[in-house]
Ligand binder design. Structure first.
Ligand code: ADP
Length: 404
């Protein structure tokens, strides 16, 4: 992603519309400053909630938010309430985080009616995400018609995965007919973090082999050679790969058939089970990592097993990607868990000194929330923590269109 012209003034509004929530952030793309951000949640429920962070404090209110339009209007009113009318805040573009771009979208895209329709058609591949993205685009375009709206797709960075990594070994005609392949997700984060890692190391990304572990509520790994992803853990949907807060990650597809035949579960119930009631939650009862660690600390055996399964899966991917890359220069942790959790970073890389990977305990446990190295000086492989900033990456992509 090229960096924007520093002369460009203005702020980008970045929107992330989920099925019952909207996250928003105003970002000045050059500096990365964010004068306001917030969350509108429980849309459609009897009591909704709006949390609005701005330069002078935090406002919260609990009101019914019947639909996305009401939520977005409330957001715009709050932004106006900052004391300056919106046109003075200078929103020059709206950047939309969009989930599934299928084979069609692989770069930031100016949103028009055709794009909205195409994203809607891709809902068959992402039924939990794309419909909410469509509503967000429609409403925001109506409420803010004067500025360009730009879609940045979670799948885009992985568009060029080598065929041997993107292809499932199933009947080729069925795969072609139904667009079944591995698409990958969290691409904006993997691209941003890998670029930052190269800058942090002062190295040319074209000469680096990186493994990025994005560990948040959702979690994914990627192997990046010379700036280009050669593999990633998520597939047709964001269900494949690492163990996540509520998603199973890798599983024998035979489990699905078995649940159908033996337990009589229909496809929607299995979808719900694997996406919402599996992963850490399925194993321990909690999906939040801090809650999991608390249970582990109290001696809860289910939580301990959940933690061990989580770390085991990460190590499995690290091993596979190290071989695929033919050696790795840096392993990078990001996302809420990757940026904050000392134990996962230590345990994922424990006992690998024979492979040249040594985490320095003092560096790993030191306070700090910025970009940092946690490997020992003796480690051949650099181990880094790089906070992700998907919204900044989206704002920078969107502002390119504002200048045209
Ligand atoms: P999302 O995928 O929704 O963007 P995040 O990247 O914010 O999620 O990650 C959320 C996860 O990060 C939660 O499981 C949360 O418990 C975990 N997390 C956040 N802060 C910490 C911390 N200090 N220690 C351990 N886990 C943390």
């Amino acid at each position: 992603m090229s960096s924007p012209n520093p002369a460009t003034a203005g702020t980008v509004l970045v929107l992330n519309s989920g099925s019952s929530s909207i996250k928003f952030r105003l970002i000045e793309p050059e500096s990365g400053n964010s004068p306001a951000h917030g969350l509108i949640e429980r849309i459609g429920e009897p009591e909704g909630r709006i949390v609005f962070h701005h330069t002078t404090g935090v406002d919260e209110r609990n009101d019914a938010i019947p639909d996305h339009r009401t939520g977005l209007r409330a957001m715009l009113e709050m932004l106006e309430g900052l004391g300056r009318p919106l046109h003075e805040v200078g929103i020059v573009a709206v950047g939309h985080r969009l989930v599934h771009g299928g084979k069609v979208f692989y770069e930031p895209t100016l949103i028009d009616d055709d794009v909205v329709r195409a994203v809607d058609e891709l809902s068959v591949l992402a039924p939990l995400h794309n419909p909410a993205n469509v509503v967000g685009m429609e409403v925001a375009r109506e409420e803010l018609p004067e500025v360009p709206h730009v879609g940045v797709f979670d799948t885009a960075f992985f568009h060029g995965l080598p065929a041997h990594a993107s292809t499932y070994a199933i009947d080729r005609d069925v795969a072609r007919k139904y667009d079944i392949r591995r698409y990958g997700f969290h691409g904006t984060s993997h691209e941003y973090v890998s670029g930052r890692a190269a800058e942090f190391l002062g190295r040319d990304i074209a000469k680096l082999n990186l493994i990025v572990l994005h560990l948040g509520n959702g979690a994914s790994a990627s192997a990046i050679a010379g700036g280009n992803p050669i593999d990633t853990s998520m597939g047709l949907t964001p269900l494949e790969g690492l163990v996540m807060g509520t998603r199973s990650g890798d599983i024998d597809p035979g489990v699905v058939m078995h649940l159908n035949r033996a337990a009589g579960l229909k496809v929607d119930a299995i979808d719900d089970l694997l996406n919402r009631h599996s992963g850490l939650k399925g194993l321990s009862g909690v999906n939040d990592f801090r809650a999991l660690l608390k249970l582990v600390g109290e001696g809860d055996e289910d939580a301990r097993l959940a933690y061990d399964v989580y770390v085991h899966r990460i190590r499995k991917y690290l091993g596979a990607y190290t071989f695929e890359l033919g050696g790795v220069d840096a392993i990078v942790f990001t996302g809420g868990v990757g940026e904050n959790n000392v134990d996962v970073r230590r345990d994922s890389l424990a006992g690998l000194d024979r492979l040249g990977i040594v985490v320095d305990d003092a560096r790993n446990t030191a306070d700090g929330d910025g970009e940092r190295r946690i490997s020992a000086d003796s480690s051949h492989v650099e181990v880094l923590v790089i906070p992700t900033n998907e919204e900044l990456a989206i704002a920078r992509a969107a502002v390119q269109f504002a200048r045209r």
